[in-house]
Ligand binder design. Structure first.
Ligand code: ADP
Ligand code: MG
Length: 257
């Protein structure tokens, strides 16, 4: 009964937000998820996830620690294999489209090489060196292009991780708290770059705990609680008139476990 209520809510909210028109139109979604479930070590961690991501923009993913935000993005990116359900990207099974996706993690994953080598290695073979130089400029790392990545500060490492993701020219970019615990200057550079990237048509899903960041960057918001999506709605509606009990509590600073 619970899932029937949630599905009808999802469609209604989606229509208001211009996100979902009907449950049958998954082929027109950039990302369409149907009844996805994930267990690890026998523990159910994602339950009956249904989601349609359409058009351009940045979708912010919010929810308390342990809600399942990182697991959901890892499933969408093909890093974890769900036990049940279906994920389609532009109408194709998502594991066929992995090449067109990139992910940036909260803790940057870098090679023990120079800044420049990290980006060059991630780039396609025929990538113009000017393109790489331009990107290093945009992430403000051009002046330290030859410094070993392991010597960079946390903010610099995260900017490098983002450059590595962008040089692959993804059509979807998954970002898992990319600015958490960064200095404000690095966070600002990353936010601007993400906004610019979104304007070039890259679809972005962005996990954050920073409500102001979600307000600044988001077009729509997915709210997760205990392995479920309790709502997916337009940003303005979410921040003025959230519907799910869990989201309302989260926004008011209450802790629901
Ligand atoms: N590999 C794993 N094996 C078992 N449990 C896991 C694993 N990875 C994450 N979990 C659990 O799944 C839940 C959701 O994790 P996660 O998606 O990382 O939450 P968050 O919303 O904070 O990103 C947490 O309770 C976490 O402990
Ligand atoms: Mg997480």
């Amino acid at each position: 009964m619970h899932s029937v209520t949630r599905m009808s809510n999802e469609i209604r909210i989606g229509i208001e937000a211009g996100i979902v028109q009907s449950n049958q139109s998954s082929h027109r979604s950039k990302i369409a998820v149907r009844q996805l479930s994930l267990s690890l070590g026998g523990v159910p961690l994602l339950r009956d996830i249904n989601l349609d991501i359409r058009g351009n923009g940045i979708t912010m993913v919010l929810g308390a620690n342990g809600a399942g935000k990182s697991l959901l993005l890892k499933c969408l990116h093909g890093l974890l294999k769900p036990q049940g359900g279906e994920i389609k990207i532009d109408g194709s099974p998502h594991f066929e489209t992995r090449q067109q996706q990139a992910m940036v993690f909260q803790r940057p994953v870098l090679m023990r090489r120079s800044v420049l080598a990290n980006v060059t290695f991630a780039a396609a073979e025929n990538t113009d060196s000017k393109e790489i130089a331009d990107l290093l400029n945009r992430v403000h790392l051009a002046e330290i292009a030859n410094v070993p990545a392991r010597l960079l500060s946390g903010g610099e490492q995260q900017r490098l991780a983002l450059a590595r993701a962008l040089i692959t020219k993804p059509s979807i970019l998954f970002l898992d708290e990319p600015t958490a615990s960064l200095d404000p200057a690095s966070a600002l550079i990353i936010e601007r770059l993400i906004q610019d990237t979104s304007l070039t048509g890259v679809r972005i899903l962005f996990i954050t705990h920073d409500i102001n960041q979600a307000k600044r960057l988001g077009q729509d918001v997915i709210f997760m609680h205990r392995g479920e999506i309790t709502e997916h709605t337009d940003k303005n509606k979410f921040f003025t008139n959230a519907e799910s009990r869990e989201a309302i509590a989260y926004l008011s600073g209450e802790l629901i476990l």
